[in-house]
Design a protein around this ligand. Sequence first.
Ligand SMILES: Cc1cc2nc3c(=O)[nH]c(=O)nc-3n(C[C@H](O)[C@H](O)[C@H](O)COP(=O)(O)OP(=O)(O)OC[C@H]3O[C@@H](n4cnc5c(N)ncnc54)[C@H](O)[C@@H]3O)c2cc1C
Length: 400
Amino acid sequence: MTHTRSASPTVLVSGASIAGPALAYWLDHHGFDVTVVEKASRIRGGGYAIDIRGTALGVVERMGVLPELRRAHVDTRQLSFLDADGSTIAATRPEYVLGDEGHDIEVRRGDLADSLYRLTRDSVEYVFGDSIAGLDDRGDHVDVTFQGGGRRRFDLVVGADGLHSNTRGLVFGPEEQYHRYLGRAFAGFTLPNDFGLEREAVIWNVPGRGAAIYAYGARETVHGFLVFKMDEPPFGAFRDPEAQRDLVAATFPDRQWEVPRLVAAMREADDLFFDIVSQIHMPTWSKGRVALVGDAAYAPSFLSGQGSSVALVGAYVLAGELATRADHAAAFAAYEDVMREFVTVNQAIATTGSTVVTPHTQEEVDARNQALRSRTDLPTNGQGRAAYNALRLPEYGRVR
Ligand SMILES: Cc1cc2nc3c(=O)[nH]c(=O)nc-3n(C[C@H](O)[C@H](O)[C@H](O)COP(=O)(O)OP(=O)(O)OC[C@H]3O[C@@H](n4cnc5c(N)ncnc54)[C@H](O)[C@@H]3O)c2cc1C
């Protein structure tokens, strides 16, 4: 069918990280007229690496970015686990910890976001530095007001605005009811590579606290990561970066290994990313003319290693269903139908991942270290493959 812009259904997408631009790509591909609003002033970079695996590889391949992502592949070759005093327990290939699929494609999150943005920026309208202030679903369209004062009308609105989704809050109510807290908070940040590390990660653990340095290629910077057990989510720290820095520093008084250097770098970092480790579980991902995709709807948490992959697949399916179903209600229902089981099995991975990456108790630390020393199976070993590939991508063609 010939594409005529004026007759195309209009969709507002909130959030330009992974799910947002991927959804924008597929909606545009199917002939929708897409606007993406992002509260940050530009696409946000970010040093840590994410994996694209299993079913999600098919999505990036169909988008034509697989060769570019293969070039950006950070190719981590070694993971070293350290004892409290910084001595090495074991240095292994990532495959030993992650299972034989290892890192199919591992790219810096910012590189993926940037690549998806570049792919779509000429055909999709991006509005940076703004956010949805109010949504009024009128039945046959949605009236949207923006923080910046603008007002516009769209046929559909999709929230791709992450774990603490603004769209979800406006349409489905407070986060608490959907939020499954996994008992940890973390801080990620960039620091100079004064460690001589290359294509490797070094992970230090004591019960309830973990510190890690990830060196992606021979770059001048590395990614620092501090993760810690907290029984209650630190809600008070969310809107206050200084409170976040104080909380992390107070939780890591350790004078061992590179922990003091990491804490000092975290204090100075201009790209600090602080969050809780949690998942989103919702009974339904749409209401009227508004739907959610990616972390906003079904965050699996970094303990699953599948946040970006699930978001990519969700974006592909949601756009495809919107393009092929009679109306948005049927499309949203089909999107849930196709995605629900895939989401469930990938969220389940987080439970096994937790005792390997961030053991809480001395017993968990000892059991993990014992397995590492004797090279017996870790709980994560091989458990992901079925989940990563649990969905066969539907074919939607190019329909409008
Ligand atoms: C800068 C950054 C760093 C991250 N670091 C980590 C990390 O260290 N560990 C980890 O496990 N996960 C991290 N994540 C989350 C990870 O990228 C996601 O789990 C995964 O990629 C799924 O992507 P998503 O697009 O659904 O959500 P996200 O990647 O969270 O993207 C949500 C997007 O929505 C935007 N947004 C939020 N609120 C609004 C609003 N009101 N209006 C408009 N836009 C809004 C955000 O700025 C962001 O661009 C990070 C995300 C970002 C943006």
